[in-house]
Design a protein around this ligand. Sequence first.
Ligand SMILES: Nc1ncnc2c1ncn2[C@@H]1O[C@H](COP(=O)(O)OP(=O)(O)OP(=O)(O)O)[C@@H](O)[C@H]1O
Ligand SMILES: [Mg+2]
Length: 591
Amino acid sequence: MRTIDDPAALHSSRVQLLPHGRGLLVDGTAVQIGRRALEILSVLVEARGELVTKDELLSRVWNGSVVEEGALQAQISGLRKALGDHRDHIKTIAGRGYQLTGDVAVVESTSAAEPGPYPGCPTNLPAPTSELIGRETNLKEVRALVAAHRLVTLTGAGGIGKTRLAQEAARQLSANFADGIWIAQLASVSDPQVVAATVAAVLELGTAHDALSTKDIAWELRTKRMLLVLDNCEHVIDEAAHLAEALLRWSPGVRVLATSREPLLAEAEVVYRVSPLALPPEGTEDADALLQAGAVRLFVTRARAADAHFSLDNHAGRTISAICRRLDGIPLAIELAAARAEGLGLEALAARLEDRIEVLTGGWRTALPRHRTLRATLDWSYELLPDTERAVLRRIAVFAGAFTLDAASAVATDAAITEADLVSCVANLASKSLLTADVSGSNAVYRLLKTTRSYVLEKLVKSGEFEVVARHHAKYCLSILEQREAAARRQAEERLAVFNRHVDDIRGALDWAFSLGDDAPLGVALTIASLPAWLHLSLTEELRERVERALASVDRASAIGARQEMQLCEALDAAEISWTSTLQCGPRPSV
Ligand SMILES: Nc1ncnc2c1ncn2[C@@H]1O[C@H](COP(=O)(O)OP(=O)(O)OP(=O)(O)O)[C@@H](O)[C@H]1O
Ligand SMILES: [Mg+2]
């Protein structure tokens, strides 16, 4: 064994063990190797070529847990595979144990070339391949939440950036977790029963033969201080919730940071809704000011990656800002749009965005399959929905803007979907990040992201229900207008009743203000406030006299006076019209 402090010497060793279990370099290349295999190699290196018995390896690497010898053999075989041409460095002493026979350099100095960005912290977090844009505040908030709570779930729509945010927050927290930061990417787990096995494999717990339960995993981690990132839990939500709860109960030093399109609903869970990237304020023109907004910065960064000559002048800036706005600031949609900008040009891209679902295709070849097109991302959520939620989602996509539960009910209920079904479906769709909910007012208001709406409208048309739903929607709009009209009529009648009750007092007050009291401003205000009532009662002659008297006293030099003069003149015009129609239709009864 050699210890290397001098980076130059590093290159002369064919097998290099990085410090703190951070990995293994073989012929200068980082190789995939699990935690236990690394620990076995460390123990062999420490023995400096002496025999290490099987019992010692089992006890040191498995922390005294009872495991079969097969588990050790499996790890040794994995280790030999990782060593490739240097597999003979590990010699089996039949029936007794193992021995290191070749040269393995242990890199001690952190000044030596480091393949990973996490000195001192064992981790399987992938190294970031691009800058995380516009998430400074979110990072701070997530770090604070993980420091204060043991289970934090980042939720939000597909492609909004939950995974990226979780990975970066975890990375920045690495100093706090001596036993590392481990990420279990659950997106590819299609069978919920395999969640525990996937996490156990990431943490290299148990053996290939023993399937560990969530409780076993939690028990194995009881003495560890680690952060476990459970990434993309939405399709295995129950199992992820059980695992998180078991960890909270049995492993006091373990924290969980989950990402999911919907909350786990686990005990003690704290939910953090990931917001879209910031958009520039409407009307911003200046390119530098536009770049302050994360959404624009992401678009420009990706567009420049595709075309090094891409430049941002004020005109391009306005178009990009409009594109980002139409994509609701969703990073994945922005990335896909930026990739299309190179072929289409900005203006054509903006013009074609009505058809977002068709246009936003062609992501990175290395992207996850569900991130290569916007359709695939939305398919992922849509396909996880039960039939009733799908039907409700399709029907409420008819709303172009915000809508209430009443509105949703008008278009989405029928013989099969009751009012109660609808309420629970809408709540579930909001929880699954397919709707945004604003519950700040007395009546909750919901909305679909524009990208989600485009996708679901397509489904609505395909379902053959579009005609029926559009008719319900039109009837609902009519009923809203009629209700407003009736309410306005009621209000006008109430106002008139009040006026009628006080009409003689109002006449007296006006006479006083313009003569005895000599308080013209009060008289003008009274005239203006009573205008609609005089008009409504067709007391046009009286209205004209009173308006003319008020006009004579308006102080035209002041801003208020000018506005009042305008209101009074409009009333005179209205009185003229009313006067003409009165002449045609005959007078109303006098008050
Ligand atoms: N702040 C950001 N800066 C740069 N790129 C980002 C940012 N946020 C997200 N991205 C990119 O957008 C894409 C989607 O992000 P991510 O995978 O984190 O979304 P997600 O919310 O986890 O989606 P899903 O629900 O499908 O898992 C990725 O390519 C990611 O690299
Ligand atoms: Mg994700």
